[in-house]
Ligand binder design. Structure first.
Ligand code: ARG
Length: 231
């Protein structure tokens, strides 16, 4: 046969720290990447005629990987901050979030962020939760490579509280964490997640925003949102 092979779709390399359900994580058996961000990027890739490949990278290594061109974009529940905006271009916001606190169910002393003074706190390295925790007076902050390690530390009694993104805390509790842990206090800061592109890559940034608009228009975004967060 002389049939020409179809040219392979171009690959969009998406960096994500993939132990952060429900945004990016691996399916237990297949180890396939899944989550809100993964579905979102697949939908965006489809709009752009590109195939999405997830590159699992430590959270504090994502921006360096983008700057070093090992990945094309970051989609990792990454909060749009002024500090990060100096190094990367963020897309329009795609998800509203905020920080919250998880403690052991029997903890009756920590009821809000102001009660965290002098306490032992567990956070994920490089995150806005880590930044916020370090601002708390006399807090003893320990940074873990993943949020799941921070939750394990709480379970083991090695920390008084975990400071992490609200939807991730909620998912952890709903998946069984609520047997011995609970959410307390108000939600700190309105945070918004954005897809990050290298500063030099302005063309790609435009295409991502366009694709994001398209999937909001055609209902694809709403479908993905509902799948992971309900109505
Ligand atoms: N939203 C927080 C931040 O930007 C935490 C994100 C962590 N994401 C992850 N995939 N582990 O700092």
């Amino acid at each position: 046969g002389s049939q020409q092979a179809q040219p392979a779709a171009k690959v969009l390399k998406v960096g994500a720290e993939a132990t952060f359900p429900p945004f990016e994580f691996q399916e237990e058996k297949s180890k396939d990447y899944t989550g809100f961000d993964v579905d979102l990027m697949k939908a965006i890739g489809k709009q752009m005629g590109m195939e999405v490949q997830i590159v699992n990278t430590g959270f504090d290594g994502l921006i360096p990987a983008l700057e070093g061109s090992q990945i094309d974009v970051i989609a990792s529940a990454m909060t749009i901050t002024d500090e990060r905006s100096k190094k990367v271009n963020f897309s329009k916001p795609y998800y509203k979030s905020g920080l919250s606190i998880v403690v052991k169910s029997d903890n009756n002393t920590i009821k809000s962020f102001k009660d965290l003074e002098g306490k032992r706190l567990a956070v994920q390295i490089g995150t806005t939760g880590a930044e916020e925790a370090k601002k708390i007076k006399d807090a003893k902050v320990r940074e873990f490579n993943s949020a799941s390690e921070a939750y394990l530390e709480l379970k083991a009694g090695g920390t008084d509280a975990v400071v992490n993104d609200l939807p991730v805390n909620e998912y952890y509790l709903a998946q069984g964490g609520n047997k011995d842990a609970k959410l307390v206090g108000e939600v700190l800061n309105a945070e918004e997640y954005g897809i990050a592109v290298a500063k030099k890559n302005t063309e790609l940034a435009g295409k991502i925003n366009k694709a994001l608009d398209d999937i909001k228009q055609n209902g694809e975004y709403a479908k993905i949102y509902e799948k992971w967060f309900g109505k």
